[in-house]
Design a protein around this ligand. Sequence first.
Ligand SMILES: [Zn+2]
Length: 65
Amino acid sequence: MAEDRLACRECHHVNDPDSQTCEHCGSSSLTEDWAGYVIITQPEESQIAEEMNVTKAGSYALKVR
Ligand SMILES: [Zn+2]
């Protein structure tokens, strides 16, 4: 379930529901329309992080529409 948290279209970071901008990259391009929740704790050792171009630990959406 996506609940009503907001995923960033730029970096895929999942933000709190009342966010106006992404806390990671500052983008205001946030959407409720996302799927697949992944928590990355060690980006440098994560193949998923590499594929998603994630360099910071955090929670991310696999798919953002
Ligand atoms: Zn972002």
